[in-house]
Design a protein. Structure first.
Length: 190
């Protein structure tokens, strides 16, 4: 098994010290370094602590040696596509989400800026947070197993106003939704 703590930690922009402090209970940067390099055994208890501190599922901290890992090999900069000095392991969207509940909306017919075949990944949130998501695309459950999708344009009390994508659409108002999901990632096949 290959230990992926270092690549996930770096992808999240954390230092050894920051990860050590984020552990519950806190540990030392040296201990985290030993766990990353394999000089200290990565037990299931450590996987739980490190996974929680990184905000990922503990099982994402390891992968099979026989599985080919996706790699980040280049970066697109102002100067164009540039090779990385050393390729690094790519962290998949589901691994970055960690313990945050995610849902996926599949676009079957192009609407607005979304194309047929797109996958839109959304993070579920409490409706109380809706005020901070104005002007973001959201998915909101409605009565009868239906949904409203579009730009969150208004929130007043328990009411949320959604403007569907596309030209000439009318605002939809949902009263007291149990949750809403905020668009966080678009996956578009080429």
């Amino acid at each position: 098994m290959i230990n992926r703590i270092r690549s996930i930690r770096k992808e999240k922009g954390m230092t050894l010290a920051e990860l050590a402090v984020a552990c519950d209970p806190a540990t030392t940067p040296q201990t985290v370094g030993r766990l990353e390099t394999g000089t200290r055994t990565l037990s299931t208890a450590w996987m739980d602590r490190i996974g929680k501190a990184l905000g990922v599922e503990p099982e994402s901290l390891i992968r099979s040696e026989s599985a080919d890992a996706p790699e980040v090999i280049a970066a697109l900069t102002n100067a164009g596509a540039e090779a990385l000095a050393k390729p690094r392991e790519a962290i998949l969207p589901s691994e970055l989400a960690g313990n945050v509940p995610m849902v996926c909306l599949i676009v079957e017919a192009s609407q607005g800026e979304y194309r047929e075949g797109d996958q839109l990944w959304l993070r579920r949130a409490d409706p109380e947070e809706a005020g901070s998501f104005v002007n973001r695309d959201v998915l909101v459950p409605r009565a009868g197993g239906r949904f409203a999708f579009g730009r969150l344009i208004d929130r007043q009390g328990t009411l949320v106003g959604i403007l569907p994508p596309g030209v000439g659409q009318k605002q939809q108002v949902v009263d007291n939704p149990p949750w809403l999901a905020i668009a966080t990632m678009l996956v578009r096949p080429l």
